[in-house]
Design a protein around this ligand. Structure first.
Ligand SMILES: [Fe+2]
Ligand SMILES: [Fe+2]
Length: 366
């Protein structure tokens, strides 16, 4: 009977010595081998009224200096990490008339989805790409870019980047260009002229970059496609959901990020499923609700919602007369490339979750 306490103290001393020498026993870590993903990030929503008021204030309080005036959305579950999901960051950026955001490049890949303002531009590798609401603009990894607004109105867009992923891969490189702007070397919107014709591609262009060579996916084309398909059944989980594609390969438009746009028709309710990979949704138009792991997020135009990996989710357009449109960035290409994409459909309860709470931002304040 006296051997036990002695054995415990011997065990404790052993563990201390092991830890002091930077070793841990697998028996101490077993709980981290979870039976399914248990992300630290949580589902969260930023309302447009809040985003707009803070971004407006930033325009008065913070000049556009070396850094861009972009409001980074931090996930309340990630302990102050620069991350909206485990792999993605979303931000809201404003550029006032006459402003220029200084030219730079970085290994994180970026997309912009234009929320407000016509005629400002992002210049990518010497080509100005002009913006209008609903446009999707790409900034591939390591491409020089600057933003300019020569119009009389403010322009606001959502940025989406793979910064948390690049940080965990320790592959971050960043440089400023030697001048505020990269000289124009190609006519504006060249990439759209070359590659913006769906199934017709220029035969003389031999280069096939990993990221889509089409830098501008215009809203008019996106809406045309959504409208043309509105009478189809679509996906039971996502409605009329379309993925933006690399025009030469047909694959995802960026190696680390997929972009989707989905139309939920008046009154449409989708079924619940879950999958590996995280997403950030931006409500382009309409009103509805997304239930994430039993929590209802009621949204309207301009809201931004973070979806954790392996969280059950289903969407509803709650209007009986208006369309709802969601744009999203997703890290699925990474999961797919690594053979880690898993999906599961909710079969119980008619494919719908029991709603146990409704999201209020205060609940997630930490
Ligand atoms: Fe940038
Ligand atoms: Fe999904």
């Amino acid at each position: 009977m006296t051997a036990r306490p002695q054995a415990a103290s011997v065990r404790e001393a052993f563990h201390e010595r092991m830890h002091a020498n930077h070793m841990y026993g697998l028996w101490e870590l077993a709980s981290q081998m979870t039976p399914h993903p248990q992300p630290k990030m949580i589902a969260h929503m930023w309302r447009w009224s809040l985003l707009e008021s803070i971004i407006k204030e930033s325009a008065e309080a913070v000049p556009v200096g070396d850094e861009r005036r972009a409001l980074q959305l931090f996930n309340p579950g990630l302990g102050g990490r620069w991350a909206t999901t485990n792999n993605l960051i979303a931000a809201v950026q404003i550029l006032l008339p006459g402003e220029v955001a200084r030219a730079h490049r970085h290994t994180p890949t970026a997309i912009r989805f234009i929320m407000e303002g016509v005629g400002a531009y992002t210049a990518v590798d010497g080509e100005r790409v002009y913006m209008a609401p609903g446009d999707l603009i790409l900034t591939p990894s390591w491409a020089w870019h600057d933003h300019g607004n020569e119009t009389n109105e403010r322009v606001i867009w959502m940025d989406g980047l793979d910064i948390p992923l690049i940080q965990s891969l320790e592959a971050m490189f960043f440089q400023f260009y030697k001048a505020p702007q990269v000289p124009e070397t190609r006519p504006a919107n060249t990439s759209k002229q070359l590659h913006g014709h769906a199934h017709l591609s220029p035969t003389w262009v031999k280069e096939k970059p990993q990221s889509s060579p089409l830098l501008l996916y215009s809203w008019d084309r996106t809406w045309e496609a959504l409208s043309a398909l509105r009478d189809h059944e679509g996906s039971p989980f996502d409605g009329i959901a379309l993925e933006y594609r690399h025009p030469q390969t047909g694959g995802p438009l960026l190696p680390t990020m997929a972009c989707w746009v989905q139309l939920l028709r008046p009154g449409e309710c989708t079924m619940a499923h879950r999958h590996t990979g995280s997403a950030v949704y931006y409500v382009v138009q309409g009103e509805g609700a997304t239930v994430i792991d039993g929590q209802r997020f009621i949204w309207g135009k301009g809201n931004i919602i973070a979806l954790p990996p392996w969280a059950l989710h289903e969407h509803a357009n709650t209007s009986s007369s208006e369309d709802a449109v969601l744009f999203s960035i997703q890290d699925t290409p990474v999961l797919e490339a690594l053979g880690l994409y898993y999906e599961e459909v909710l079969t119980e309860n008619g494919g719908h979750q029991d709603v146990t709470s409704t999201f209020t931002p205060e609940e997630n304040r930490r």
